[in-house]
Design a protein around this ligand. Structure first.
Ligand SMILES: *Cc1c(COP(=O)(O)O)cnc(C)c1O
Length: 359
């Protein structure tokens, strides 16, 4: 097809489409979604609130009210603002586009969040992945050597990391921020902050090259598509120039403003999920042949004998998890399981035991 090769960049032709499997009828444990719905009364109130939204109008592009509420509710430091994205996926795109000077590089530990690499390639950046250690912690000598060699414009650290669930040492993050220095920014991606023991948000004022990125997706609003990031005013000012002016639609903005007044509901759900993570972890560790890696996120990475076989046997029992076994050499025979309700976690455990027996 010469038309396609005449018009489409070769690196795009070489990529495959981001695949999302069909989950109808499945116990869905593949995408780190919060399994809980809003309480009935809150659903009704939200409906009434949204019915008043003027759909004929464009959003107010400053998003001042929503941003103010995010800053207050999520502990953005005094004097710091946020930029909003249509999911943090769009924020990652904005970072890539803004930093895609000729020859520029984005760097992240691997295995990591796939969008860092995809987005970098789409924007024309080089992408350098630095393998984690076998225990899934940062390989600091390798990270520092790669930073020295490539002088990356963007360094991503998912904190906790996806798909491993591992928690990086805060002192190591600070060391990386210092090593990157004036050459680039360090993006600490706190998508799993509701389940994590710490955050870099309060430390923003210490570092001119630190960006803290978050999303409401894993907290229980994945369908809204709303991410935010904070950094110095000088950085936000530049990144805001590549943001599409009306990127947050009026329904998302109105729903988020309403729901942020009811954060206790989501905080309570996150606390239940953290409790269920402890239970699921203990039960997984008691199954012979299974290795469960420590997790500070709302998912658990496990190593099983023959991940593809187990994955298929789970599918046969209507349980959808994520097979990450082919993503990276460190993840051979690994599956990633979202922590869900006690009932769904038990369905998964029963199905896993059945799958192991029939091997
Ligand atoms: C899920 C996830 C995101 C994406 O969040 P959205 O706001 O839903 O786009 C970003 N970073 C990491 C590490 C994630 O796991």
């Amino acid at each position: 097809m010469s038309l396609i090769s005449n018009i489409i960049r070769p690196e795009i032709c070489a990529q495959s489409t981001y695949h999302v499997p069909d989950a109808s009828g499945m116990v869905k444990l593949d995408a780190m979604e919060n399994p809980y719905l809003l309480p009935e009364s809150l659903q009704q109130e939200l409906g009434a609130h949204l019915s008043g939204v003027a759909l004929n109008r464009y959003p107010v592009p400053s998003y001042q009210a929503l941003k103010q509420k995010i800053c207050t509710r999520f502990g953005v430091p005094e004097g710091y603002d946020v930029i909003l994205g249509n999911g943090s996926d769009e924020l990652i795109t904005m970072l890539s586009v803004a930093c895609a000077r000729p020859g520029a590089t984005a760097l992240a530990p691997l295995p990591g969040f796939v969008m860092y690499g995809i987005s970098a390639q789409l924007a024309g950046l080089n992408f350098v992945g630095v393998p984690l250690q076998a225990d899934l912690s940062l390989d600091m000598p390798a990270m520092l050597a790669a930073i020295e060699q490539h002088r990356p414009a963007l360094v991503y650290l998912a904190y906790p990391n996806n798909p491993t669930g591992s928690w990086f040492d805060e002192a190591q993050i600070v060391q990386i921020i210092h090593a990157v220095g004036d050459y680039g920014v360090v993006v600490v991606d706190e998508a799993y902050q509701p389940f994590a023991p710490g955050s870099m948000m309060a430390r923003l004022p210490e570092f001119a090259n630190l960006i803290v990125m978050r999303t409401v997706s894993k907290l229980g609003m994945a369908g809204l598509r709303l991410g935010y990031m904070s950094a110095s005013a000088a950085l936000l000012n530049e990144f805001d120039k590549v943001r599409p002016p009306y990127n947050i639609n009026v329904l998302t903005a109105a729903a988020a403003e309403f729901l942020l007044d009811h954060l206790a509901v989501f905080d309570d759900q996150a606390a239940r999920i953290r409790g269920q993570r402890t239970e699921l972890m203990a039960k997984l560790q008691s199954i012979p042949g299974i290795h469960a890696f420590p997790s500070e996120a709302n998912f658990i990475l496990i190593r099983v004998p023959q991940a593809s076989q187990i994955f298929n046997k789970l599918l046969e029992q209507q349980i959808l998890v994520k097979n990450v076994g082919k993503m990276h050499a460190l993840l051979v025979d690994c599956l990633r399981i979202t922590v869900s309700t006690p009932e769904e976690n038990q369905l998964f455990l029963d199905a896993l035991k059945t799958a192991l027996l029939n091997q």
